[in-house]
Write a protein that binds this ligand. Structure first.
Ligand SMILES: NC(=O)c1ccc[n+]([C@@H]2O[C@H](COP(=O)([O-])OP(=O)(O)OC[C@H]3O[C@@H](n4cnc5c(N)ncnc54)[C@H](O)[C@@H]3O)[C@@H](O)[C@H]2O)c1
Ligand SMILES: [Zn+2]
Length: 392
């Protein structure tokens, strides 16, 4: 209410046993309103602003100054940048630091940064003194449209990503698209891949809007980014409200991720998540078409949009020395190890057509939102570029 003329507010409902919902507030320049929003949604006697070093350098002082000017007690705690620091060791260092500076049960955490900061600082807040409030202030496109909404927090272990964590919904989420101006181009593109996913699985009008605004999005037009963030947050919020504990409808958000995770794994995690998901969506849509689950032509339309956005639209296995045969086999093996493939068959969340997810007739563990995809269909989808004639 009255944040600024261009502010959007999306309410996220968190059904019992977690009771309190929270608002996601989105608006250009909103970082200036942060102290007021924080004080209202997460009153605390002191605030620990947790940010990775580069984000602390870019925005830390401004956030801290704002909080202090508003009469709030705040400290900036930075941590080394990168996924490799989303660990229990960093969690320990941050919680030790909070103890050292005297944060008590009445303190709150402000997570300032990308998805790593959100997951890590969220986990710090969830566990500190058996749980203190957290405010999420995502600063990457991926964190805005994906990580900051839903209440999942976690750290990585040597055995895998996000293996130790807990649900800890934020009190409020503050998104200022202006901060996206300092992101590298690849990070913008990677975030756009997840927005395309939202369009494919949940909203045909949104998909069309991204097609029509690809160029504006790539040049970071503030209004375009604000609309994108708002629509993606609305869509994710609706899914999350339906399914706060990750058991059912949330599965639709895994479109592109079964193959995407395998591609990331196969590249030794040197491939950006969003780029892997982009290629993964095309492969999975092709598999869906082959299974008769997905309308013909869907993969080709997704591929066209991804290319417009400067995203990879195939895994490009054919360019490898072995023309992709061994790579495809390795990828299918990796998919079997994916945590979403509970049994032996590989599961994928698939679209019925652009804008609509496909339910299965035989519900699996996720109440019918994922499909068994046989190996030969996956191999076929991995090998054939979208848009080329089918070989049956
Ligand atoms: N909790 C969830 O539901 C959820 C969902 C999706 C992803 N994630 C997690 O999110 C993480 C990935 O998030 P990410 O892609 O944001 O990575 P990230 O947090 O590592 O940020 C990417 C890089 O951008 C920098 N950065 C952040 N904001 C910036 C800005 N405004 N200007 C310039 N540089 C900036 C960061 O310092 C970092 O170097 C993964 O750990 C993933 O597991 C969580
Ligand atoms: Zn993702």
């Amino acid at each position: 209410v009255g944040d600024s003329p261009a502010t959007a507010r999306v309410s996220v409902h968190v059904p019992p046993p977690r009771t309190a919902g929270y608002d996601v507030v989105i608006g250009a320049g909103l970082l200036h309103a942060l102290p007021r929003l924080v004080a209202a949604a997460a009153p605390a006697d002191r605030y620990a602003v947790i940010a990775p070093a580069p984000v602390a350098a870019l925005y830390g002082e401004a956030v801290l100054d704002g909080l202090r000017t508003a009469g709030l007690h705040a400290d900036l705690l930075s941590f080394p940048d990168g996924e490799q620091h989303k660990t229990r060791a960093t969690w320990a260092a941050l919680t030790d630091r909070m103890l050292e500076i005297g944060c008590g049960r009445g303190s709150a955490v402000i997570a300032l940064g990308g998805g790593v900061a959100g997951d890590l600082a969220g986990f710090v807040a969830a566990t500190y003194m058996r749980g203190v409030a957290v405010v999420q202030v995502p600063t990457t496109l991926l964190a805005m449209i994906d990580a900051a909404v839903g209440g999942k927090t976690a750290v990585d272990t040597d055995a895998g990503k996000n293996l130790v964590g807990v649900f800890h919904p934020p009190r409020v989420v503050i998104m200022d698209p202006v901060v996206l101006g300092t992101l590298p181009d690849d990070a913008i593109r990677a975030g756009l891949a997840e927005a395309v996913k939202h369009g494919v699985m949940l909203d045909a009008t949104y998909f069309r809007w991204i097609e029509d605004n690809a160029e504006a999005l790539l040049r970071r037009d503030t209004e375009a980014l604000e609309h994108l963030v708002t629509r993606s947050v609305e869509l994710k919020a609706a899914v999350v409200a339906d399914d706060p504990f990750d058991s059912a409808g949330r599965a639709v958000l895994n479109f592109g991720h079964t193959v995407g995770h395998a591609l990331e794994h196969d590249a030794g995690y040197t491939l950006d998540h969003g780029f892997a998901v982009a290629a993964g969506m095309v492969v999975e849509a092709l598999a869906g078409e082959q299974l008769g689950v997905t309308e013909q032509g869907t993969a080709a339309r997704i591929r066209r949009l991804l290319l417009q956005l400067g995203l990879p639209a195939t895994p490009d296995l054919q360019r490898r020395p072995d023309h992709g045969a061994a790579a495809a086999d390795r990828l299918v093996a990796a998919m079997r190890l994916d945590k979403k493939s509970r049994g032996r068959a590989v599961h994928c969340a698939l679209p019925a057509r652009i804008g609509t997810s496909a339910r299965t007739s035989a519900p699996t563990g996720d109440r019918g939102w994922t499909h068994d995809v046989p190996d030969h269909v996956l191999l076929y989808a991995l090998g054939r570029p979208a848009g080329t004639p089918e070989v049956v």
